[in-house]
Design a protein around this ligand. Structure first.
Ligand code: NAP
Length: 489
């Protein structure tokens, strides 16, 4: 089984913030890997743009270093061919000075060449960039812009950002990236749900007891202290990544795999979310376990704010008010400095309505586990007879499929999230990008939760670095006679 590589159309991709961390670590390596797979056509150009005083040669040297750091072994001839595509221009988003050179380099938009502006800069520069692009007539109705997260800080700022972009670009031209949606396994959620007859008839509150979504990280907030302390886990992870996973797990089947059909269904899920009761949510903040020493083990020390009340962990119980899910709780949790790095969705099915094997057989229910990372795969826990004599005793065994084992090199060779998303932008496919109304709906659900914390003076519960999170998150489950599935995959 060999995956096909279909070259994209010729393009000019301008990376504003081309000297920044994201460009160097993700965007340029992603483009380089697509180049190595022969997916970039001859003549495709990548134009780094930032304020730094660099020549084309010194920028190419910077890019070469980034690729050598982030792409493993880099073949010199591949690198040289890739660097031939790379230009650099000094452009300040807030100053018209450098824009003439960019205008000269790009020329008028052309029908036979896709033009993309990637805004890999802080959100305060999105509006100035959009304005300069229009003032210099660098865009037409085929031009695309890519906007990085965070998309707003709350509903008001997201709405303002949407309005600013909408005053220059049509929604069909705006690609809001949530790199989670570009992950192979996240897209696989749709394939699993809508490509198999097996699951869909059971995918509702009649058969599903509850669903758990966990995105656990072992890293702390080091390196992003200032941003994170203003944001916290609710804004940084729950409002976007976990919300997107929830949408993909809970949405109705779209009529076709088409951008607006998929996004319409996701939007309906977000809009059907009930407000979260204060006692259905737990916030945590990591602290060093007693006796432990080491950098970045205590949140407040790391961010340099001894009284910070920003959460590095959040767990909550959500309900979706629609026919499919009424009465089925969705438990979502995410945190930093936890015991393991894992993203996993557990779908707990209900017990059989009547056990023909009697009380001694115990309670047995099916559990579908979808592992997004690490070791992507699916496990279905099924009940069988315990082998041997001694009557009809039951036991649960896993039907386990690791995609790495089943698909071998095809999964390792699969493009990473940024590779897929950037090629989707060039192809003009918005399916894996968030629409403006989706982002606003997600903030509309998130804002009251955060406002509630502020008005109640809520302080996050401490939890030990390297643990599974605050004990109150376990209580949240126990009150419902349930338990979290272990974080360790
Ligand atoms: P960064 O390392 O601080 O880079 C910012 C870039 O913007 C630099 O290239 C900087 O170059 C350029 N810049 C700053 N002011 C400018 C101006 N007035 N005109 C033109 N260019 C300007 O930030 P980053 O980590 O790459 O993040 C970029 C964006 O991606 C942010 O919105 C961030 O939230 C988002 N993001 C980042 C990550 C990540 O892992 N890094 C992940 C998700 C989202 P000069 O100083 O040379 O101008």
């Amino acid at each position: 089984m060999v995956s096909r590589v279909i070259p994209v159309d010729p393009f000019d991709l301008v990376v504003f913030g081309g000297t920044g961390d994201l460009a160097q670590r993700k965007i340029l390596p992603a483009l380089f890997r697509r180049h190595c797979d022969e997916q970039l056509p001859d003549g495709a150009r990548i134009i780094g743009a930032a304020r730094s005083d660099l020549t084309r040669e010194s920028y190419q040297a910077l890019v070469a270093e980034a690729l050598q750091t982030h792409c493993g072994a880099v073949a010199p001839e591949q690198l040289a061919r890739f660097l031939d595509r790379v230009l650099y221009l000094r452009v300040d988003a807030t100053d018209p000075a450098g824009w003439q050179a960019l205008t000269q380099e790009l020329g008028k938009p052309r029908q036979d060449r896709v033009r993309v502006f990637y805004f890999s800069v802080g959100p305060s520069l999105f509006a100035p960039l959009a304005e300069q692009i229009w003032a210099h007539e660098l865009a037409d109705d085929q031009t695309r812009i890519v906007v990085e997260k965070p998309f707003g800080h709350d509903l008001a700022s997201a709405r303002a950002l949407n309005q600013t972009l909408a005053s220059h670009f049509d929604e069909s031209q705006i690609y809001r990236i949530d790199h989670y949606l570009g992950k192979e396994t996240v897209q696989n959620l749709m394939a699993i749900r809508f490509g198999n007859m097996l699951f869909e008839p059971l995918w509702n509150s009649q058969y599903v007891d509850h669903i758990q979504i966990t995105v656990a990280e072992t890293v702390g907030v080091g390196g992003r202290e200032a941003y994170y302390d203003k944001s916290g886990a609710m804004r940084d992870m729950m409002q976007n990544h976990l919300m997107q996973l929830l949408c993909l797990i809970a949405m109705e089947p779209p009529a076709k795999f088409d951008p607006d059909a998929v996004r319409d269904e996701k939007l309906k899920v977000i809009r059907a979310l009930e407000p979260v009761e204060p006692h259905h949510i737990v916030r945590g903040q990591y602290v060093a376990p007693s006796g432990a020493t080491g950098s970045d083990l205590t949140y407040r020390e790391t961010v340099g704010a001894p009284r910070s009340t920003t959460e590095s962990y959040v767990a909550l119980k959500a309900h979706i008010s629609n026919w499919r899910w009424a009465g089925t709780p969705f438990y979502l949790r995410t945190g930093k400095r936890l015991v393991a790095r894992s993203s996993v969705i557990n779908v707990f099915f209900k017990d059989a309505p009547h056990s023909i094997f009697g009380a001694d057989a115990g309670r047995h229910a099916n559990l579908l586990t979808i592992r997004l990372q690490p070791d992507e795969g699916i496990t279905l826990k099924v009940t069988i007879k315990e082998p041997g004599p001694g009557g009809m005793r039951l036991m649960d065994v896993p039907l386990d499929m690791s995609f790495a084992q089943a698909l071998g090199d095809n999964i390792h060779g699969a493009p990473d999230a940024y590779e897929r998303l950037i090629t989707d932008v060039i192809r003009g496919n918005q399916t894996l990008f968030m629409r403006g109304d989706e982002v606003e709906a997600a903030w509309a659900w998130t804002d009251p939760i955060i406002a509630g914390w502020t008005s109640r003076g809520d302080v996050p519960k401490p939890y030990d670095s390297g643990s599974t999170g605050p004990g109150d998150a376990d209580l949240l489950m126990r009150r419902d006679q349930r338990d979290w599935r272990g974080i360790n995959p």
